[in-house]
Design a protein around this ligand. Structure first.
Ligand SMILES: [Zn+2]
Length: 530
């Protein structure tokens, strides 16, 4: 007797996400779930897709994105869904919108606008529950929430350089506990961003004790500012010390070599491996490109941004403050500051700067690079974004990619694209990170496809507690990608970044076809999970 299924994927190569070898099977879906996997005896289905020879894998889980506003402004989210990403972990680097009252939400939206764009300003962001509701069955991908450290600080002591102690510390702990009770899977901080970087190591130990009690994950972008607050520890040592004292599960974001230390994965991981041997529960993620992308306000030191966007704008316009911060920028970044280009500009007036290098814009304006950066921030009300440029030597670029592939051999690694899909000239990682690994880098380095898929699926699902995801088996949610292992590749480049990848045929989210024959269907079946 044949039962009728909603959907049949016929004749695929199943890579189930566990790392097990691929095998040939049919797969059926009923409702949101996978119904059966195997050689099925002529099952009857409302929709049958013949996929002879193509791979069927679980949908990819992107462990690090900055799409909290992009998803609200453009819920189709083609950049992610077309590369097979079916779940994104939001609230990264301590930077997101909840829990914030309406004034702080608008204020912090402006501070973050170079990274995220501007989300709809009327939304209720007062709780993690409210935040999650804005993404539930309204966008193409599933979303996971973290409680962001910056919002916790804003809600307790404002945008000020003061320690969280006594009552404010207790209030912050309550916010983290409530956020996790409302479905957040952990907490994030970014110690290169403010107000998070005003924190001491001790504050983070205290806050992450709550995360540990609730069995959540602490995601960290390690310290870049205010090392006087880190008990004499370096950036990685501080992250490890926090986990050692609070016993929290630690996840270090975008951790790979750079053009400054290509080939040095060994020294980079030694300190971490010793900590793991001592009992630290550690995972990490990386993206397969040699340079990053962010917002220019994160180049400023703590004194310059204290008080938030209004104070930043006032200081940018003040000749003495501006001179002082320009001296800081030139001393801290030197020539690297110019090895950057504009990705995204908020206003029409300066839109022509998108895709221009900072050195070229500064030359055109007859000024220094740091001065130009301050000018544009002032003109744009802070809403402008940047990307680093790849190293001039291709061999250095290749070495960093090779390092990423080596890191992905480790069982504690996952893939976080750090996606920022804004402007006409974004970093290509938003459109290519996953297929780049599964395509050209896998072919170049001969990595096993099953292992790479595991790092993108079962590994993050287990780490972030995403029950029923990340693995193909009956009863799990039908988050699936159908791709051609011989043809899959990224096509997004620094020169032409908004191009979808090749070789990805179908993508399903919660049993619905979000991408069919390479095209977005418009179906928005993503849920706020777990
Ligand atoms: Zn990030």
């Amino acid at each position: 007797m044949n039962s009728v299924f909603d959907l049949l994927l016929k004749g695929g190569q199943i890579i189930d996400g566990t790392g097990a070898p691929a095998y040939r099977a049919d797969l059926t879906v009923n409702g949101q779930k996978i119904a059966a996997v195997g050689i099925l005896d002529t099952p009857d289905a409302r929709t049958t897709l013949e996929i002879g020879g193509l791979v069927v894998s679980p949908g990819f889980i992107d462990t690090h994105v900055h799409t909290d506003a992009a998803l609200l402004n453009d819920p189709q989210h083609e950049s992610a869904i077309q590369m097979g990403v079916t779940t994104e972990v939001l609230g990264q680097d301590g930077l997101s919108y909840a829990p914030l009252n309406s004034d702080d939400y608008r204020m912090y939206s402006q501070y973050m606008s170079g990274l995220c764009g501007t989300p709809p300003q009327h939304l209720d962001m007062s709780t993690i529950s409210a935040f999650r509701s804005h993404y539930h069955r309204t966008c193409s991908v599933n979303t996971v929430a973290l409680v962001p450290h910056c919002a916790v600080r804003l809600s307790t002591v404002g945008f000020r350089d003061v320690p969280l102690t006594g009552n404010s510390l207790q209030a912050a702990k309550v916010l983290i506990r409530e956020g996790m009770e409302q479905g957040a899977v952990g907490m994030s901080t970014g110690l290169g961003f403010f107000p998070a970087a005003y924190a001491t190591t001790e504050e983070l130990v205290e806050l992450t004790r709550v995360v540990a009690e609730m069995d959540g994950v602490f995601v960290i972008q390690y310290r870049f500012f205010n090392f006087d607050r880190a008990e004499g520890l370096g950036p990685v040592a501080e992250a490890l010390e926090i986990a050692r004292r609070s016993r929290v599960k630690l996840h270090i974001a975008h951790y790979r070599t750079t053009p400054d230390n290509p080939g040095e994965t060994g020294p980079m991981m030694d300190e971490l491996d010793r900590a793991v041997a001592d009992g630290i529960d550690l995972t990490l993620d990386a993206y397969p490109y040699p340079c990053g992308s962010t917002m220019p306000v994160c180049r400023f030191p703590g004194w310059f941004v204290e008080g938030g966007p209004t104070a930043i704008m006032r200081r940018l316009a003040d000749p003495a403050d501006r001179r002082r911060v320009i001296a800081f920028l030139e001393e801290t970044w030197g020539d690297a500051l110019g090895h950057t280009s504009w990705t995204y500009i908020g206003s029409e007036g300066n839109r022509n700067l998108e895709g221009m290098s900072w050195t070229d814009v500064a030359t055109d304006r007859g000024t220094s690079v740091a001065e130009m950066m301050c000018e544009v921030l002032l003109e744009e009300n802070l809403e402008c974004g940047l990307t680093g440029l790849p190293p001039e030597s291709v061999s250095v670029w290749r070495q960093v990619e090779s390092d990423v592939m080596q890191l992905l051999e480790r069982e504690d690694y996952m893939v976080g694209s750090d996606s920022i899909p804004l402007g006409s000239s974004p970093h290509p990682r938003a459109f290519g990170a996953f297929p780049r690994i599964l395509g050209r880098l896998r072919r170049r380095h001969g990595a096993p496809l099953e292992q790479l898929v595991q790092r993108m699926t079962a590994n993050p699902a287990r780490r972030f507690g995403l029950t029923g995801r990340g693995e193909i088996k009956p009863g799990n949610f039908a988050d699936l990608v159908v791709f051609d292992a011989d043809r899959i590749d990224d096509l997004a480049t620094f020169e032409d970044p908004r191009v979808p990848p090749a070789g990805i045929r179908h993508v399903m989210v919660n049993g619905q076809l979000a991408v069919m024959d390479g095209n977005c269907t418009g179906i928005l079946a993503g849920e706020a999970i777990p």
